[in-house]
Design a protein around this ligand. Structure first.
Ligand SMILES: [Zn+2]
Length: 336
């Protein structure tokens, strides 16, 4: 089966995490669900870290950030690089789907943002619920929340879960001005555990470069959180800031994604990360629509980084990292 000829798949939320046997044919990933019916499932490439915004934001991102009182997002996402290029574009849902088609990406996980206002979280979640209702075969989404909204934040998590959103994130309590032991934040994590929602957190590498809007996120905070909430699966973005240098082995409920990798690390990070953490702990994700190749005009974020990953990953790890791990962790499956 050549890329592009695969059947469209319908992600299904599988209660009671199934056991998978993964076998391979050529470059395609085949996942067999072991169960009474021995259903044959196939999972291809999943981008586990994508951001998308509602049309009213896309029309005027900087103006929208000012009106909505979201200055931190505005600084990170609407700025120009030194070479004059915008750090990212603001694609529509249809543009995202066309990009996925061109890159050979079957499914994308839409992540929210660590907004500074509860109302912005609500708007993002409703927009994502619409996206996944319209394109359930191509898109899943995580909800976002501002823990300081207290009971309203918990209600919002329940509502988003009821609408089919399958995780929380990308969150950053460090950027949302919360202490790591904030009681409201812990209540959100308690609820995430009860609802089996994985939580994606933004992490900056303490040894990484500076950029406008960078917020320090001490690695030890993530290790403590993972140990305090053992029933919550955490996906730490951007290789978890190379968390393995702080905690090895990783706590069993910690996974890492590869978002924005070309802007942060060279290709050797793939071998280092996989060797240190194991091939079952890393999820391939891009951070689309962030421009990951600002000095290499024309190289698209999704297709370019998929090629980079294929070239850099140890062969035995490729299919887990490009889709298998996300499918298992998020309960996404392909019904043949
Ligand atoms: Zn991030």
């Amino acid at each position: 089966m050549r890329r592009g000829e695969h059947e469209r798949f319908v992600p299904t939320l599988i209660a009671n995490a199934p056991r998978f046997i993964i076998s391979t044919t050529g470059r395609d990933l085949r996942v067999v669900l072991t169960g009474p019916q021995n259903n044959f499932l196939r999972v291809l490439v999943i981008d586990a870290h994508v951001h998308l915004y509602p049309p009213e934001l896309n029309r005027d991102p900087a103006g929208w950030a000012a009106t909505q009182r979201e200055p931190h997002w505005g600084m990170l996402c609407t700025r120009l690089r030194k070479n004059g290029r915008p750090v990212q574009a603001f694609p529509s849902v249809d543009e995202l789907l066309r990009t996925m088609d061109a890159a050979g990406v079957d499914h994308a996980v839409l992540l929210g943002w660590y907004w500074e206002n509860h109302e912005t979280c609500i708007r993002q979640n409703r927009f994502y619920a619409d996206c996944t209702r319209t394109h359930p075969d191509r898109l899943s989404a995580f909800a976002t929340v501002h823990p300081s909204a207290g009971v309203a934040a918990l209600d919002e998590v329940r509502r988003a879960h009821g609408e089919g959103l399958i995780g929380l994130g990308e969150l950053s309590t460090h950027s949302q001005h919360l202490e790591p032991d904030d009681a409201n934040w812990h209540a959100v994590l308690d609820l995430a555990g009860k609802l089996s929602l994985p939580v994606n957190l933004h992490v900056t590498d303490p040894g990484g470069g500076n950029y406008p809007g960078r917020v320090e996120t001490p690695l030890v905070d993530f290790v403590s959180l993972a140990r305090a909430f053992p029933t919550v699966n955490f996906i730490l973005a951007h290789w978890g800031g190379r968390l393995w240098r702080e905690a090895s082995p990783l706590p069993p409920n910690v996974f890492l994604d590869t978002a924005a990798s070309p802007l942060l690390y060279d290709q050797a990070i793939f071998a280092e990360g996989v060797q240190a953490c194991g091939a079952d702990r890393v999820l391939w994700g891009t951070d689309y629509p962030l421009d990951l190749y600002p000095h290499d005009g024309g190289v698209g974020t999704m297709g370019g980084f998929l090629s980079d990953a294929r070239a850099a990953l140890p062969v035995a790890a490729t299919q887990n990292i490009l889709g298998g791990n996300a499918a298992r962790l998020l309960g996404l499956a392909l019904r043949a």
